[in-house]
Design a protein around this ligand. Structure first.
Ligand SMILES: Cc1ncc(COP(=O)(O)O)c(C=O)c1O
Length: 471
């Protein structure tokens, strides 16, 4: 044990989070329509499998590229040797054009400001490594992607200080919440280096509004700190209001050439929009030359393989393909999200109105035995172990209000999603029946034993998780 480093042994990695515990349960007993129909359905994984056929048909029509040929000649040797950490220029060009296309070409990106990384995981860590260190804090709105505890904190020594957002305003970021987080960090003797947001949000499945982005920009301007916008889900926006990138806000506010623009950085990846997390393609985009230079040096630790760059540069430069892919993928996500919302409604469950992402932020407060995180944990266990659906509890996303869960919808077939919703409905019906039966039995026994009226009222309210005077 003593032979391992302090960093390897420290628990900021977050591997013990319930977010990962649910995955383990799924891996032990994965659902399969034929081989294991009673297994665990994976709804905790933000994967996009809805548009694979489009990618596969492109590959089938571009066999030469897929087998590493250029103009009929093999470029295997060239690719096998290429390891320049600046990346293939053709790929970087294709990436920035794709990023622009996703933003409706309202903003353009300069490929010289793009640093390629092995996914957004590496991009986030690289960026944090460049901007902050031990004793520094990054402010993050809650609820947030559980992987950030690992990506931002573990190797850099940076602390995350939460910006508390609540259901009272649909988890929007407010000025008092930002100020409070800043103050909290200072009270912990931490130097605030920046704010990190995910836009669209994981786990909320919503885009950040223009007014929130304006607020964030003025906040980082007044405090002289950085803003990192993780826009990994930018291509998944399927409903209005549309996606507004922080780069668009900088442009609209004519801040592009102001000093503050050097403190605004974007993280991107093809893991969600193209559904290619296995390819490990991500990027840091920054206006600050020093950040680009440091991140480029850092990228040696997590380069994108040259054959991947070669293949994807051909795919992304095909404008006919990208145009069709972007709109078709959004259409499919919209349809699938609707299916989930409908299934949840049938089970008497509501969720935050969403317009993006691969998941919904689902409200199951009414199924909790009490308004506590312990009750959330208990419900989560029943859903994973009894109902056999792996969903992510809100507490794993640092949500302070018990009863919220993230439920993914794009990593399975429609039939599997319907089955998951049937299982959930059966569970909710039985829970509600058990509860009303037990309150009914209680009523009967209380009457039989002629207890006083107030004892009955208190017990009934307790069963229904209600304050006695809340009528
Ligand atoms: C907000 C956010 N950032 C980063 C990542 C990591 O993505 P990648 O697979 O590109 O490393 C994820 C993955 O779920 C995510 O949701």
């Amino acid at each position: 044990m003593g032979l391992l480093s302090e960093k390897a042994m420290c628990n900021t990695h977050g591997q013990d989070s319930l977010y990962f515990a649910g995955w383990e349960e799924y891996e032990k007993n994965p659902y399969d329509e034929v081989k294991n129909p009673t297994g665990v359905i994976q709804m905790g994984l933000a994967e996009n499998q809805l548009s694979f056929d489009l990618l596969e048909s492109w590959l089938a029509n571009n066999q030469d590229t897929a087998s590493f040929k250029k103009d009929g000649q093999s470029i295997f040797r060239e690719l096998a040797l290429f390891q320049d950490y600046h990346g293939l220029p053709a790929f970087k060009k294709a990436m920035v054009e794709f990023m622009s296309e996703i933003r409706g070409n309202k903003v353009t990106f300069d490929q010289n400001k793009l640093v390629l990384t092995a996914g957004a995981t590496a991009a986030n860590e690289t960026l944090i490594f460049c901007l902050a260190g031990k004793g520094d804090a990054i402010l993050l709105p809650t609820p947030y992607y559980p992987g950030f505890d690992r990506d931002l904190k573990w190797r850099t020594g940076v602390e995350i200080v939460p910006i508390q957002c609540t259901s009272s305003n649909n988890f929007q970021i407010t000025a008092p919440a930002l100020e409070q987080a800043y103050q909290d960090a200072q009270n912990r003797n931490l130097k605030v280096k920046g704010v990190l947001v995910t836009n669209p949000s994981n786990p909320l499945g919503t885009t950040i509004s223009r007014s929130e982005l304006n607020l964030l920009l003025s906040f980082i301007t007044s405090k002289g700190i950085h803003l990192i916008s993780d826009e990994i889900y930018s291509g998944t926006v399927f409903n209005s209001p549309g996606f507004v990138s922080i780069m668009e806000v900088l442009k609209d506010k004519k801040c592009e050439n102001r000093e503050v623009s050097n403190r605004v950085h974007i993280v991107y990846s093809l893991s969600k929009d193209l559904g290619l997390p296995g390819f490990r393609v991500g990027a840091v985009y920054s206006n600050d030359e020093m950040v680009v230079s440091a991140a480029t040096k850092m990228s040696s630790f997590g380069l994108v393989s040259s054959q991947t760059q070669y293949l994807l540069s051909a795919l992304l430069s095909n404008k006919k393909f990208t145009k069709n892919y972007i709109s078709e993928n959004q259409k499919r996500l919209k349809h699938r999200q609707k299916q989930l919302v409908k299934g949840l409604e049938k089970a008497g469950i509501s969720c935050l109105k969403s317009n993006a992402g691969l998941f919904c932020w689902v409200n199951m407060k009414h199924l909790l035995k009490s308004n506590t995180s312990e009750a959330e944990m208990e419900l989560w266990r029943r859903i994973v172990y009894d109902v056999k659906l792996n969903i992510s509890p809100g507490s794993s996303c640092h949500c302070t209000e018990p009863g919220w869960f993230r439920v993914c919808f794009a990593n399975m077939s429609e039939a599997t999603l319907n089955l998951a919703m049937d299982r959930l409905k059966t569970f909710v019906d039985s829970t509600t029946n058990t509860r009303s039966q037990s309150s009914h039995q209680l009523l009967k026994s209380l009457r039989k034993n002629s207890h006083t009226k107030w004892v009955f009222r208190l017990s009934f309210d307790a069963l229904h998780d209600r304050e006695p005077d809340e009528r």
